[in-house]
Design a protein around this ligand. Structure first.
Ligand code: SF4
Ligand code: SF4
Length: 99
């Protein structure tokens, strides 16, 4: 099992999550972050800090976002490790309003 970043992150990419992960298993692509499923220890620290509630334990993912389990793993190939918060990609856009 691992935690998974789902659709609410896409285009928003607040990056609060990357600073609380004890195993530094967040990686970024141009429009989102993903979690390396081989490095996540399911500590849950990242879940409450995501402003748009994008992170779920694999078993808790809503049905419409189940495909993100595979896409998190697939996107790892071209992703870069991120450990320091940066300005949100979607700051101020309607989709990225904090929940
Ligand atoms: S805090 Fe949430 S929106 Fe921000 S990068 Fe992490 S998963 Fe994406
Ligand atoms: S659950 Fe813990 S180990 Fe997994 S990505 Fe979130 S902070 Fe990192």
């Amino acid at each position: 099992m691992a935690h998974v970043v789902a659709e609410p992150c896409v285009g928003c990419k607040f990056t609060d999550c990357v600073e609380v992960c004890p195993t530094n298993c967040f990686y970024e692509t141009a429009d989102r972050v993903v979690i390396n499923p081989d490095e996540c220890i399911d500590c849950t620290s990242c879940v409450p800090v995501c402003p748009v509630a994008a992170i779920f334990a694999e078993g808790d993912l809503p049905d419409q976002w189940k495909s993100y389990i595979a896409s998190n793993r697939d996107l790892m190939a071209g992703a870069t490790q991120i450990t320091v918060k940066k300005e949100a990609l979607g700051k101020g856009t309607p989709k990225c309003q904090p929940k």
